[in-house]
Design a protein around this ligand. Structure first.
Ligand code: 5MM
Length: 335
Protein backbone atom coordinates (compact mmCIF):
# COMPACT_ATOMS: atom_id res chain seq x y z
CA UNK A 1 0.00 0.00 0.00
CA UNK A 2 1.45 3.41 -0.90
CA UNK A 3 1.94 5.95 1.86
CA UNK A 4 -0.65 8.28 0.28
CA UNK A 5 -3.20 5.49 0.09
CA UNK A 6 -2.46 4.72 3.70
CA UNK A 7 -3.12 8.31 4.79
CA UNK A 8 -6.39 8.47 2.80
CA UNK A 9 -7.65 5.26 4.36
CA UNK A 10 -6.62 6.23 7.89
CA UNK A 11 -8.62 9.45 7.55
CA UNK A 12 -11.79 7.62 6.48
CA UNK A 13 -11.64 4.16 8.10
CA UNK A 14 -14.08 2.79 10.68
CA UNK A 15 -16.74 5.39 10.05
CA UNK A 16 -14.39 8.33 10.57
CA UNK A 17 -14.89 11.44 8.48
CA UNK A 18 -13.54 14.92 8.00
CA UNK A 19 -14.37 18.14 9.82
CA UNK A 20 -14.28 20.95 7.24
CA UNK A 21 -13.23 23.89 9.41
CA UNK A 22 -11.55 25.72 6.54
CA UNK A 23 -13.91 28.68 6.28
CA UNK A 24 -11.94 31.65 4.99
CA UNK A 25 -12.04 34.70 7.26
CA UNK A 26 -14.83 36.20 5.12
CA UNK A 27 -17.04 33.11 5.43
CA UNK A 28 -16.26 32.64 9.14
CA UNK A 29 -17.16 36.27 9.74
CA UNK A 30 -20.56 35.67 8.11
CA UNK A 31 -21.09 32.60 10.32
CA UNK A 32 -20.12 34.53 13.48
CA UNK A 33 -22.12 37.62 12.50
CA UNK A 34 -25.19 35.39 12.18
CA UNK A 35 -24.84 34.34 15.84
CA UNK A 36 -23.71 37.81 16.99
CA UNK A 37 -20.17 36.91 18.07
CA UNK A 38 -17.45 39.39 17.00
CA UNK A 39 -15.21 37.83 14.35
CA UNK A 40 -11.78 38.33 15.92
CA UNK A 41 -8.80 35.96 15.47
CA UNK A 42 -9.19 35.05 19.19
CA UNK A 43 -12.87 34.12 18.85
CA UNK A 44 -12.31 32.17 15.62
CA UNK A 45 -9.57 30.24 17.43
CA UNK A 46 -11.65 29.71 20.57
CA UNK A 47 -14.54 28.13 18.67
CA UNK A 48 -12.26 25.95 16.58
CA UNK A 49 -10.08 24.88 19.50
CA UNK A 50 -13.25 23.94 21.38
CA UNK A 51 -14.16 21.53 18.58
CA UNK A 52 -10.65 20.23 17.96
CA UNK A 53 -10.17 19.28 21.61
CA UNK A 54 -13.56 17.53 21.96
CA UNK A 55 -13.47 13.82 22.85
CA UNK A 56 -15.49 12.93 19.72
CA UNK A 57 -12.48 13.85 17.59
CA UNK A 58 -10.66 10.64 18.48
CA UNK A 59 -13.39 8.20 17.51
CA UNK A 60 -15.14 10.10 14.72
CA UNK A 61 -12.90 12.64 13.00
CA UNK A 62 -10.02 11.27 10.90
CA UNK A 63 -9.01 14.64 9.50
CA UNK A 64 -9.63 18.36 9.97
CA UNK A 65 -9.37 20.83 7.10
CA UNK A 66 -7.87 24.09 8.33
CA UNK A 67 -7.61 27.57 6.90
CA UNK A 68 -4.25 29.35 6.61
CA UNK A 69 -4.94 31.49 9.70
CA UNK A 70 -5.78 28.47 11.90
CA UNK A 71 -2.88 26.21 10.93
CA UNK A 72 -0.53 28.93 12.19
CA UNK A 73 -2.34 29.58 15.48
CA UNK A 74 -1.35 28.28 18.93
CA UNK A 75 -3.86 26.70 21.33
CA UNK A 76 -4.55 27.86 24.90
CA UNK A 77 -2.35 24.95 26.06
CA UNK A 78 0.48 26.24 23.86
CA UNK A 79 0.32 23.52 21.23
CA UNK A 80 0.20 24.46 17.59
CA UNK A 81 -3.19 23.61 16.10
CA UNK A 82 -1.73 20.76 13.97
CA UNK A 83 -0.15 19.36 17.19
CA UNK A 84 -3.47 19.52 19.01
CA UNK A 85 -5.29 17.74 16.15
CA UNK A 86 -2.58 15.07 15.94
CA UNK A 87 -2.73 14.53 19.74
CA UNK A 88 -6.45 13.89 19.41
CA UNK A 89 -5.68 11.09 16.94
CA UNK A 90 -6.73 12.97 13.82
CA UNK A 91 -4.84 14.33 10.80
CA UNK A 92 -4.40 18.04 10.08
CA UNK A 93 -5.22 19.18 6.55
CA UNK A 94 -5.22 22.54 4.82
CA UNK A 95 -7.30 24.37 2.22
CA UNK A 96 -4.83 25.56 -0.40
CA UNK A 97 -7.00 27.21 -3.02
CA UNK A 98 -7.28 30.97 -2.82
CA UNK A 99 -10.95 31.13 -3.70
CA UNK A 100 -13.33 31.10 -6.65
CA UNK A 101 -13.09 34.12 -8.98
CA UNK A 102 -15.03 35.20 -12.08
CA UNK A 103 -14.21 32.94 -15.02
CA UNK A 104 -12.92 34.89 -18.03
CA UNK A 105 -15.11 33.97 -20.99
CA UNK A 106 -18.12 33.06 -18.83
CA UNK A 107 -18.71 35.89 -16.39
CA UNK A 108 -21.53 34.18 -14.45
CA UNK A 109 -19.30 31.26 -13.55
CA UNK A 110 -16.31 30.74 -11.29
CA UNK A 111 -12.81 29.40 -11.60
CA UNK A 112 -10.85 28.48 -8.50
CA UNK A 113 -7.46 30.15 -8.20
CA UNK A 114 -4.30 29.41 -6.24
CA UNK A 115 -1.89 27.55 -8.52
CA UNK A 116 0.76 30.30 -8.64
CA UNK A 117 3.35 29.68 -5.94
CA UNK A 118 1.47 26.59 -4.78
CA UNK A 119 4.54 24.31 -4.73
CA UNK A 120 6.25 26.63 -2.22
CA UNK A 121 3.13 27.05 -0.07
CA UNK A 122 2.71 23.27 0.05
CA UNK A 123 6.22 22.83 1.39
CA UNK A 124 5.44 25.30 4.14
CA UNK A 125 2.17 23.55 5.07
CA UNK A 126 3.88 20.16 5.05
CA UNK A 127 6.45 21.48 7.53
CA UNK A 128 3.61 22.80 9.69
CA UNK A 129 2.26 19.23 9.88
CA UNK A 130 -0.37 19.00 7.12
CA UNK A 131 -1.02 15.48 5.85
CA UNK A 132 -3.66 16.36 3.30
CA UNK A 133 -5.04 19.36 1.41
CA UNK A 134 -8.24 20.62 -0.14
CA UNK A 135 -9.19 22.51 -3.31
CA UNK A 136 -12.79 23.27 -4.21
CA UNK A 137 -14.09 23.85 -7.71
CA UNK A 138 -17.60 25.28 -7.76
CA UNK A 139 -20.26 24.91 -10.44
CA UNK A 140 -23.84 26.13 -10.62
CA UNK A 141 -26.70 24.61 -12.57
CA UNK A 142 -29.03 26.65 -14.77
CA UNK A 143 -30.16 26.50 -18.39
CA UNK A 144 -26.69 27.01 -19.88
CA UNK A 145 -24.50 26.12 -16.93
CA UNK A 146 -22.17 24.64 -15.99
CA UNK A 147 -20.57 25.49 -19.34
CA UNK A 148 -18.00 23.28 -21.06
CA UNK A 149 -15.51 26.01 -20.28
CA UNK A 150 -16.09 25.94 -16.54
CA UNK A 151 -16.14 22.13 -16.43
CA UNK A 152 -12.88 22.00 -18.33
CA UNK A 153 -11.08 24.87 -16.58
CA UNK A 154 -11.95 23.71 -13.05
CA UNK A 155 -11.04 20.09 -13.79
CA UNK A 156 -7.69 21.23 -15.16
CA UNK A 157 -6.98 23.31 -12.05
CA UNK A 158 -8.04 20.44 -9.72
CA UNK A 159 -5.66 18.11 -11.56
CA UNK A 160 -2.69 20.48 -11.52
CA UNK A 161 -3.29 21.08 -7.81
CA UNK A 162 -3.51 17.34 -7.08
CA UNK A 163 -0.27 16.55 -8.91
CA UNK A 164 1.60 19.22 -6.94
CA UNK A 165 0.14 18.00 -3.63
CA UNK A 166 1.15 14.39 -4.23
CA UNK A 167 4.63 15.54 -5.25
CA UNK A 168 4.81 17.08 -1.76
CA UNK A 169 3.68 13.77 -0.15
CA UNK A 170 0.22 14.88 0.91
CA UNK A 171 -3.22 13.54 -0.06
CA UNK A 172 -5.29 15.94 -2.19
CA UNK A 173 -8.99 16.18 -1.51
CA UNK A 174 -10.56 16.81 -4.90
CA UNK A 175 -13.76 18.78 -4.37
CA UNK A 176 -15.91 19.52 -7.40
CA UNK A 177 -19.04 21.04 -5.83
CA UNK A 178 -22.14 21.30 -7.97
CA UNK A 179 -24.22 23.74 -5.94
CA UNK A 180 -27.74 22.94 -4.83
CA UNK A 181 -28.90 26.55 -5.42
CA UNK A 182 -31.57 26.81 -8.11
CA UNK A 183 -34.72 25.36 -9.60
CA UNK A 184 -33.14 22.37 -11.33
CA UNK A 185 -34.38 18.81 -10.95
CA UNK A 186 -32.47 15.95 -9.34
CA UNK A 187 -32.11 14.47 -12.84
CA UNK A 188 -30.26 17.60 -13.98
CA UNK A 189 -28.07 17.47 -10.89
CA UNK A 190 -27.30 13.83 -11.67
CA UNK A 191 -26.36 14.60 -15.28
CA UNK A 192 -24.25 17.67 -14.53
CA UNK A 193 -22.51 16.11 -11.53
CA UNK A 194 -21.65 13.03 -13.61
CA UNK A 195 -20.20 15.21 -16.38
CA UNK A 196 -18.19 17.29 -13.90
CA UNK A 197 -16.74 14.27 -12.06
CA UNK A 198 -15.89 12.40 -15.25
CA UNK A 199 -14.02 15.42 -16.58
CA UNK A 200 -12.11 15.75 -13.30
CA UNK A 201 -10.87 12.17 -13.54
CA UNK A 202 -9.97 12.61 -17.21
CA UNK A 203 -7.70 15.50 -16.18
CA UNK A 204 -6.35 13.75 -13.05
CA UNK A 205 -5.26 10.85 -15.25
CA UNK A 206 -3.61 13.17 -17.82
CA UNK A 207 -1.71 14.82 -14.96
CA UNK A 208 -0.55 11.40 -13.70
CA UNK A 209 -2.20 11.72 -10.32
CA UNK A 210 -2.15 8.48 -8.28
CA UNK A 211 -5.86 7.84 -7.87
CA UNK A 212 -5.20 5.55 -4.89
CA UNK A 213 -3.85 8.58 -3.04
CA UNK A 214 -6.75 11.03 -3.33
CA UNK A 215 -10.08 11.56 -1.58
CA UNK A 216 -13.04 12.70 -3.68
CA UNK A 217 -15.33 15.25 -2.03
CA UNK A 218 -18.49 15.50 -4.14
CA UNK A 219 -22.00 16.80 -3.59
CA UNK A 220 -24.89 14.38 -3.19
CA UNK A 221 -27.48 14.25 -5.96
CA UNK A 222 -30.27 16.57 -4.86
CA UNK A 223 -32.98 18.60 -6.54
CA UNK A 224 -32.22 22.34 -6.52
CA UNK A 225 -33.27 24.09 -3.32
CA UNK A 226 -35.89 26.10 -5.26
CA UNK A 227 -37.18 23.13 -7.25
CA UNK A 228 -40.81 22.06 -6.85
CA UNK A 229 -39.83 18.45 -7.55
CA UNK A 230 -38.02 17.43 -4.38
CA UNK A 231 -37.06 13.75 -4.14
CA UNK A 232 -37.01 11.39 -1.15
CA UNK A 233 -33.88 10.59 0.90
CA UNK A 234 -34.03 7.11 -0.54
CA UNK A 235 -33.86 8.48 -4.08
CA UNK A 236 -31.02 10.85 -3.12
CA UNK A 237 -28.99 7.88 -1.87
CA UNK A 238 -29.69 5.69 -4.89
CA UNK A 239 -29.00 8.42 -7.46
CA UNK A 240 -25.82 9.48 -5.65
CA UNK A 241 -24.53 5.91 -5.66
CA UNK A 242 -25.43 5.43 -9.32
CA UNK A 243 -23.65 8.65 -10.27
CA UNK A 244 -20.46 7.72 -8.40
CA UNK A 245 -20.44 4.14 -9.68
CA UNK A 246 -20.56 5.44 -13.24
CA UNK A 247 -18.05 8.24 -12.94
CA UNK A 248 -15.40 7.39 -10.31
CA UNK A 249 -12.54 4.99 -11.17
CA UNK A 250 -12.38 1.99 -8.84
CA UNK A 251 -8.83 2.81 -7.62
CA UNK A 252 -10.13 5.76 -5.59
CA UNK A 253 -10.17 4.64 -1.94
CA UNK A 254 -12.80 6.93 -0.57
CA UNK A 255 -15.48 9.52 -1.01
CA UNK A 256 -16.20 12.17 1.64
CA UNK A 257 -19.37 14.09 0.85
CA UNK A 258 -19.85 17.80 1.45
CA UNK A 259 -23.12 18.82 3.08
CA UNK A 260 -23.68 21.80 0.79
CA UNK A 261 -26.48 23.51 2.75
CA UNK A 262 -28.45 20.41 3.81
CA UNK A 263 -29.66 20.46 7.40
CA UNK A 264 -27.63 18.48 9.91
CA UNK A 265 -30.14 15.63 10.09
CA UNK A 266 -30.70 15.52 6.32
CA UNK A 267 -26.94 15.24 5.69
CA UNK A 268 -26.68 12.42 8.25
CA UNK A 269 -29.75 10.57 6.99
CA UNK A 270 -28.65 10.72 3.35
CA UNK A 271 -25.15 9.50 4.23
CA UNK A 272 -26.63 6.65 6.25
CA UNK A 273 -28.84 5.53 3.34
CA UNK A 274 -25.93 5.78 0.92
CA UNK A 275 -24.05 3.37 3.17
CA UNK A 276 -27.03 1.06 3.67
CA UNK A 277 -27.21 0.69 -0.13
CA UNK A 278 -23.47 0.89 -0.83
CA UNK A 279 -22.51 -1.98 -3.13
CA UNK A 280 -19.18 -0.42 -4.21
CA UNK A 281 -15.71 -0.76 -2.73
CA UNK A 282 -15.49 2.96 -2.03
CA UNK A 283 -15.54 4.10 1.58
CA UNK A 284 -18.44 6.58 1.73
CA UNK A 285 -17.98 9.11 4.50
CA UNK A 286 -18.39 12.79 5.27
CA UNK A 287 -16.40 16.00 5.02
CA UNK A 288 -18.97 18.33 6.50
CA UNK A 289 -18.61 21.97 7.44
CA UNK A 290 -22.01 23.38 8.29
CA UNK A 291 -23.63 19.99 8.98
CA UNK A 292 -21.08 19.29 11.75
CA UNK A 293 -20.80 22.75 13.24
CA UNK A 294 -24.18 24.52 13.04
CA UNK A 295 -25.76 23.46 16.34
CA UNK A 296 -22.46 23.65 18.19
CA UNK A 297 -21.87 27.19 16.91
CA UNK A 298 -25.36 28.29 17.89
CA UNK A 299 -24.99 26.90 21.41
CA UNK A 300 -21.45 28.28 21.81
CA UNK A 301 -22.58 31.77 20.81
CA UNK A 302 -24.86 31.95 23.90
CA UNK A 303 -21.79 31.63 26.15
CA UNK A 304 -18.43 31.35 24.43
CA UNK A 305 -16.79 30.05 27.63
CA UNK A 306 -19.08 27.01 27.78
CA UNK A 307 -16.55 24.64 26.27
CA UNK A 308 -18.01 21.43 27.71
CA UNK A 309 -21.57 22.13 26.58
CA UNK A 310 -20.40 23.02 23.08
CA UNK A 311 -18.25 19.89 22.86
CA UNK A 312 -21.18 17.72 23.92
CA UNK A 313 -23.20 18.97 20.96
CA UNK A 314 -20.32 18.56 18.55
CA UNK A 315 -19.54 15.05 19.87
CA UNK A 316 -23.14 14.00 19.26
CA UNK A 317 -23.15 15.25 15.65
CA UNK A 318 -19.78 13.64 14.99
CA UNK A 319 -20.99 10.33 16.43
CA UNK A 320 -24.22 10.42 14.38
CA UNK A 321 -22.22 10.92 11.19
CA UNK A 322 -19.77 8.17 12.12
CA UNK A 323 -22.71 5.82 12.52
CA UNK A 324 -24.12 7.05 9.19
CA UNK A 325 -20.78 6.41 7.50
CA UNK A 326 -21.28 2.75 8.49
CA UNK A 327 -24.99 2.61 7.67
CA UNK A 328 -25.78 2.22 11.38
CA UNK A 329 -27.65 5.46 12.11
CA UNK A 330 -31.34 5.71 12.93
CA UNK A 331 -33.55 8.69 13.72
CA UNK A 332 -34.28 7.58 17.29
CA UNK A 333 -30.59 8.09 18.19
CA UNK A 334 -31.07 11.84 17.72
CA UNK A 335 -31.71 13.86 20.88
C1 5MM B 1 -15.99 25.21 5.31
O1 5MM B 1 -16.38 25.87 4.13
C2 5MM B 1 -15.57 25.75 2.97
C3 5MM B 1 -15.68 27.00 2.15
O2 5MM B 1 -14.90 27.96 2.63
P1 5MM B 1 -14.80 29.37 1.85
O3 5MM B 1 -16.05 29.56 1.07
O4 5MM B 1 -14.67 30.32 2.97
O5 5MM B 1 -13.59 29.26 1.01
C4 5MM B 1 -16.15 24.70 2.01
O6 5MM B 1 -15.30 24.46 0.92
C5 5MM B 1 -16.41 23.43 2.70
O7 5MM B 1 -15.21 22.79 3.02
C6 5MM B 1 -17.25 22.48 1.85
O8 5MM B 1 -18.14 23.16 1.02
C7 5MM B 1 -18.03 21.60 2.76
O9 5MM B 1 -18.76 22.41 3.65
P2 5MM B 1 -20.33 22.16 3.77
O10 5MM B 1 -20.77 23.21 4.74
O11 5MM B 1 -20.90 22.31 2.41
O12 5MM B 1 -20.42 20.74 4.30
Amino acid sequence: MSELNNIAIRILENGKGILAADESTGTMTKRLDAVKVPSTPENRLLFRETLFSASGMTECIGGVILYDETIKQVSSKKNTIPELITKMGSAPGIKVDTGAKTLAGSADEKITEGLDGLRERLKEYYKLGAKFTKWRGVYSISKNYPSRLSIHANAHALARYSALVQECKMVPIVEPEVLMDGEHSAKECYEKTSEVIKKCFEELIIHKVDLKGIILKPNMILAGNKSKEQISNDEVAKLTLKCLKNSVPSEVPGVAFLSGGQSEIEATENLDLINKYNDTNFIMSFSYGRALQQSALKFWSQNIQNIEGTQKIFNHRAKMNTLAAQGKWSKDLEI
